[in-house]
Write a protein that binds this ligand. Structure first.
Ligand code: ZN
Length: 502
């Protein structure tokens, strides 16, 4: 191996070790750490973060990248080596272009704003946090201005969805919104689905065992992961062979634990499927928040909430909860887990309305950055958009503009698009898998997931971060990113569920 590449890898391995050690501390903080450990833990994680940053942003890396330029030109773009050099260069630029002093200031401001937001939300008082939010907007613009860009939001979007831009996202989301608004209207005009089947008492341990059984059938290997309980479910990775998930249980709602677990399992399958050749480098991970979300959504919704899947599992679920479920048919259960309603809260929203919540936030944050709208008008603009898109709006700001932490604990811009990109891509990927392997649908009703899982591994997971989302979509599906398969999927599913024609 080239000696400079060897030197680069050595540093990257150590940075990766430090980052993973920090992630392990974070996992423990969310799962088992006693409350009084919090202060020390925050300090330890900050120290590790600083060490990793120092190591990665050192001049040594810049020199090595310079020396590696000729080699990169000789290598195939798709090779692991060329990809490592290319992605390291992008990450290095991101890590070094913004002055440390600015980052520290912004981070202190964000922590203060977060504390204020907790009070503002509790007291339903947007004005309490408005001045801080004004400063956050200013910081966010300044952050973006450290990078060349066409639109002020582009560099902020690029942080979690590399190479995505407002010029791509605006028409894509506008297209989706145009289809979704009348679709939601038509569905909510029907008799609401009866979800009493899932709103009963279901013992925690039985719920967890059932969720884990499906996760393992999907291909989640307990020798390479584990499931624990947290307030907010998440997935975290310490190595390609140690990818953990968490979930939460509501003993009065059967859907919470099962579908959160399947969602996080989708994220985990992605990380577990990355080629071992990329381990310990910055290529060992999902390529963007959008592609990551496409996998959680695919396994949670397209597969997890499908009738095919429950044809196999519902009788098993009835065996586990005979008293609760004996009077409910598969059809009743299928309707209950796919119930649609107009909702105020993004995180409680169903599959059909969810993207409207996200698009509202994307549009507002992009308009804020452009200076088209003002912070002080946010609560009213929020209400107006909810009324227009979802036919409902909150009387309180706590359930309105104050509901999500994103703008109050970080930056304004680039933090919401990944959720909807994920939904769009989930259908595009699934359709491509079905076209290549038509047997997948039948296999799902027999709880066989290998064919689908292997297709996803070969076409998406194995590449890690080597390619951008757009590149992965093109390679895996042969097409540019499009909303068509996703809209078709929603129309077919909800036309059947609510017995309507679109
Ligand atoms: Zn997710």
């Amino acid at each position: 191996m080239d000696k400079n590449l060897k030197k680069l890898k050595k540093i990257l391995y150590e940075v990766d070790d430090i980052n993973n050690a920090s992630s392990l501390l974070g996992w423990d903080q969310a799962t088992y750490m006693p409350a009084k450990g919090a202060e020390a833990r925050a300090r330890q994680m900050a120290t590790l973060g600083k060490l990793a940053h120092q190591k990665f942003s050192s001049k040594k890396i810049a020199k090595l990248l310079k020396k590696l330029e000729p080699l990169e030109k000789d290598l195939d773009y798709n090779s692991n080596e060329a990809s490592l050099i290319r992605v390291t260069r992008k990450d290095y630029e991101k890590a070094t272009k913004v002055p440390a002093k600015f980052l520290e200031e912004f981070s202190n401001h964000a922590s203060a704003t977060y504390q204020l937001w907790i009070q503002a939300r509790a007291q339903d008082n947007f004005d309490m946090v408005a001045d801080n939010l004004e400063k956050t907007l200013d910081y966010s613009r300044r952050m973006a201005n450290y990078f060349p860009h066409e639109h002020i939001a582009d560099p902020l979007i690029d942080n979690s969805d590399e190479a995505m831009t407002v010029s791509v996202l605006r028409p894509l989301f506008a297209d989706l919104r145009k289809e979704l608004v009348p679709l939601v209207e038509a569905v909510v005009a029907q008799e609401p689905a009866d979800d009493s089947a899932v709103k009963q008492f279901f013992l925690q341990d039985k719920q967890l065992d059932f969720a884990m059984m499906i996760a393992q059938d999907y291909g989640y290997d307990k020798k390479r992961g584990r499931l624990d309980l947290t307030h907010h479910p998440f997935m975290t990775k310490f190595a390609i062979d140690d990818v953990r998930i968490t979930t939460r249980v509501n003993q009065n709602d059967l859907t919470d634990a099962i579908f959160s677990s399947l969602h996080e399992t989708g994220h985990a399958l992605y990380e577990l499927g990355v080629s071992h050749d990329l381990d310990r480098t910055l290529l060992a991970g999902g390529t963007s928040s959008g592609v990551h979300e496409s996998q959680s959504r695919l396994w949670e919704n397209q597969i997890g909430r499908s009738k095919d899947l429950w044809q196999y599992y519902y009788p098993k679920l009835q065996e586990v909860f005979p008293e609760q479920l004996k009077d409910y048919s598969l059809e009743d259960y299928y309707k209950a887990i796919n119930k649609v309603s107009r909702s105020l809260i993004r995180t409680d929203a169903d599959e059909l309305t969810y993207n409207l919540h996200v698009i509202i936030r994307f549009d507002l944050e992009t308009d804020l950055l452009e200076g088209k709208i003002a912070i002080k008008d946010l609560p009213e603009l929020w209400r107006a958009r909810y009324q227009a898109d979802l036919g409902v709006s909150s009387e309180t700001d706590a359930d309105g503009v104050l509901q999500d932490v994103h703008w109050y604990g970080g930056q304004i811009g680039g933090v919401f698009q990944g959720y909807t990109l994920g939904n769009i891509m989930s259908s595009q990927f699934y359709n491509a898998a079905l076209a290549a392997k038509p047997q997948i649908k039948d296999e799902i009703s027999q709880a066989k997931f290998d064919t689908l899982h292997n297709w996803l591994k070969e076409n998406i997971y194995t590449h890690g971060r080597k390619f951008t989302a757009a590149e992965v979509v093109k390679m895996a599906t042969g097409k540019e990113m499009t909303t068509k398969p996703y809209i078709a999927y929603l129309k077919e599913k909800y036309a059947d569920l609510y017995d309507i024609k679109f």
